[in-house]
Design a protein around this ligand. Sequence first.
Ligand code: PRP
Length: 180
Amino acid sequence: MLENDIERILVSETEIIKIAKRLGKQITKDYQGKKPVLIGLLKGCLPFLAELIKHIDLYCEIELMGVQSYHGGTESTGNVKITKDLDVSVEGRDVIMVEDIVDTGRTITGVLDLLKYRGATSVEVVTLLDKPEGRVKVLTPKYIGTTIPKEFVVGYGLDYQEFYRNLPYVGILKQQVYKK
Ligand code: PRP
């Protein structure tokens, strides 16, 4: 059903699991002896966060923060809104922000500045997808799953008007779906 709206699969479920294993291993190595806090940015982060943490072998905490920038459309509005703030302090903590996609970079830079302002010792970004052609803010996430072209993608957490997040892969949405 949902797959009828998909032009083609860009990153398969098998590839995503491989990515999560690779990044989880790397994070485990880089944060040896530390107890980082992973902050997932809702809602898109959820499937990737769930897969990634299985491959991190550290005493790490998991927190969630609600941030929105697209407001249902296909392009970021540039208006980053916090819909759910953190329940914990990040002061003196090593923070790893977990994202499904970095596109313009507005969401992540907005939150990054906030967490630094709140006294985090370090803040790094892990993202399943990076879309560098969309960038308007200078930012290179430390941990990147895979780089994708400037296409509107859905699935594995990414939505169009709140749908498609439950697809087990990342795919390009057929233009006819959003150009009605
Ligand atoms: C999406 C995605 C990232 C952000 C990336 O979130 O999950 O957080 O956009 O875009 P940017 O780099 O251009 O800022 P969205 O605001 O759609 O909220 P969602 O996670 O609830 O889907």
